[in-house]
Structure formats: structure tokens, C-alpha cells
Design a protein around this ligand. Structure first.
Ligand code: PLP
Length: 305
């Protein structure tokens, strides 16, 4: 039998591992029509999952918070992710696990309880939210002016979600104005996060990050642990926009690319228009931590001979 090429990516749907291009969900799925869906993304680096247990923990909590009931257990999800990545053969990858409200069992119902909740997963070659060439020179970001982050009272940002209307709007404005990406404030004028990343700043020698109103990122958690390990003062607290704009260093943090320095914020150039020393140290340590046995889970690739 001819082997199917999954090197562009694979998905697990209804018990089958299929090419990513064939993975589809129905047009009446509430994941699509209501953004009634949660997901999580873990990465694979050098043939190992990084912090897989942390991502699974967060995903299971998100599922419970949305009151979704999927047929698969946590252990089964873990096995599916292993099997799917192994089948793809990808050794550096972006791995998404998704739980959707699914399709209504009664056509047209407005009752969220009357839907077939379901799980699927997909893997593609590693994704850099901020492309590698931009990461090298440092990202140029815009602090969104007119668009504020959706209130946590409306959509819980700790449940990883597809409610990206605010972020897409702010991102389009930033791209139109010649920036690489953007960061949004909440309705109090405090920093939250950007499209696909948490944000850090170095202010008066302390590495700071927002404490609420955003996803509790696993990369953010790792960066805070790195700060503790390196003896760098660090704090999760409210960050006002005006102090953020005057920060000595700024960097982003995401599973899809790790920490990335910011060299320009609005009209201001940080440092010498080059990545800051603290961000560089943290970034280097972050990638070095990808060999720590307690943080990685090897993937058992199937032998092709
Ligand atoms: C809105 C948002 N904030 C923050 C993050 C970073 O979280 P993590 O480090 O867990 O990838 C992401 C990741 O995709 C995200 O989508």
C-alpha cells in the first residue's frame, strides 16, 4: 500500500489520521457559527513535545469551563497527539487540539446542551507568529488605540478561544500603519496581550507582565520561571499603557516562536533598535530549556524501514 504523505500536516478526526488538507468540520458546527470552541497549542521541537502536561492541563480546564463533554479522556487525547505527530513525521511542529460544541442534534436549536460536542487535533510544520527574520531584527508593534481587548467579563481570555474580532481589527490597523503586530489594552488602559502572544516589558530593572485579562500562557509561565532561575526581578501586575510605552525593553512570548524582542513601539525606538540584553538572555535560556528531561516528552516516530 502506498504511504500517504503527511509532511505538510495531518489531522486526527473521528478516529482517523488524515492529510491536513482533508480535515474539515460541518457548516452548522457551533465551533464555526458561534465560535463556541476551545483549543490549545503545544509545540514539538527537536522531536519532543515541550511541557505537554501543562498544555493538557490548561486544555482540560478550558473544556470544563465551557461545559463541553467530549468522548475522549485526557490520556486518550495525549495518545492521539503522539500518534498524529509520529504519523506526520514532523520533528518541529505546531500541534493544535480542539474541542467544539459541535452540530445541533435538533436542527436549528438554540440550546447549547443539544449539540454533539467533539474533539479533533491537527499538526503542521512549526509556526512562528512573528516570522524568524522579523524576530532577528526585533518586532515593530503598535499599541492599539481605538480597539480594546474584549472584556474578560464577556469572554474569559484564560479559555483559549477563537473570539479574535478585536485582535484582527487591531492587527489590520497595525499592518496598515507599517507595523508587524499589535498589543491591546483593556478598558482601564492596562496592557493585556496581542494576537497570539503574551507581552513582557522591562521597567526599572524588573521584568513585568500583565497579571489578568489575558491567556495564562505557558510560554509566559516559562519566562517567569526563567527569570526566577536567572535571578532577574520579575512581577505579574497591571501595566499602564504610558509606562509600557516608556519601557527599557519589550518582548512577546508564545508557543509559536518563544520569546521575541520588540525594537519599536509606536513611534519609539527601544535601545539601539536592536534586541535588548535581558530579552536575549531569556530567549536563549528558553530554547536551552528544550533539552531539560523534566520538560520534554519524546515522540516515538515509526520506523520507515
Ligand atoms: C491570545 C493569546 N495570548 C497568549 C498566547 C500565548 O500563550 P502560550 O504561551 O501558551 O502559547 C496565545 C497563544 O497562542 C494567544 O493566542
Amino acid at each position: 500500500m502506498q504511504k500517504i504523505d503527511l509532511s505538510n500536516g495531518a489531522a486526527w478526526m473521528d478516529g482517523q489520521i488524515i492529510p491536513i488538507k482533508d480535515a474539515k468540520i460541518g457548516v452548522t458546527d457551533w465551533g464555526l457559527t458561534r465560535s463556541d470552541i476551545t483549543y490549545d497549542v503545544v509545540h514539538v521541537w527537536d522531536s519532543n513535545f515541550f511541557r505537554l502536561e501543562d498544555y493538557l492541563d490548561r486544555f482540560m480546564v478550558s473544556i470544563a469551563k465551557l461545559r463541553l463533554e467530549i468522548p475522549q479522556s485526557r490520556d486518550e487525547i495525549e495518545q492521539i497527539l503522539h500518534d498524529m505527530v509520529a504519523a506526520s513525521g514532523l520533528t518541529s511542529a505546531y500541534v493544535s487540539m480542539v474541542a467544539s460544541r459541535g452540530t445541533p442534534t435538533i436542527p436549528g436549536t438554540r440550546d447549547p446542551r443539544a449539540c454533539n460536542n467533539h474533539f479533533y487535533a491537527w499538526v503542521v510544520p512549526f509556526i512562528w507568529v512573528i516570522p524568524a527574520d522579523i524576530a532577528k531584527r526585533g518586532a515593530h508593534i503598535q499599541l492599539a488605540g481605538s480597539t480594546i481587548r474584549i472584556s474578560p467579563q464577556s469572554v474569559d481570555p484564560t479559555v483559549k478561544n477563537y473570539h479574535w474580532g478585536d485582535m484582527t481589527h487591531a492587527l489590520l490597523d497595525a499592518l496598515d500603519d507599517g507595523f508587524d503586530t499589535c498589543v491591546l489594552c483593556d478598558d482601564r488602559g492596562c496592557i493585556t496581550e496581542g494576537p497570539g502572544f503574551n507581552i513582557f516589558a522591562v521597567i526599572n530593572g524588573t521584568v513585568v507582565t500583565a497579571k489578568s485579562g489575558m491567556l495564562q500562557g505557558i510560554t509566559r509561565k516559562t519566562v517567569l520561571e526563567i527569570c526566577a532561575d536567572l535571578g532577574l526581578p520579575h512581577e505579574a501586575r497591571d501595566i499602564r499603557a504610558d509606562e509600557f510605552l516608556q519601557a527599557d525593553e519589550i518582548f512577546t512570548a508564545t508557543t509559536a516562536g518563544g520569546p521575541v524582542s520588540v525594537t519599536r513601539i509606536n513611534g519609539r525606538i527601544l535601545g539601539n533598535d536592536a534586541p535588548g540584553p535581558i530579552a536575549e538572555r531569556i530567549t536563549e535560556t528558553y530554547w536551552n530549556w528544550h533539552t531539560r528531561a523534566e520538560l520534554i516528552t519524546p515522540i516515538q516516530y515509526k520506523k520507515t524501514t
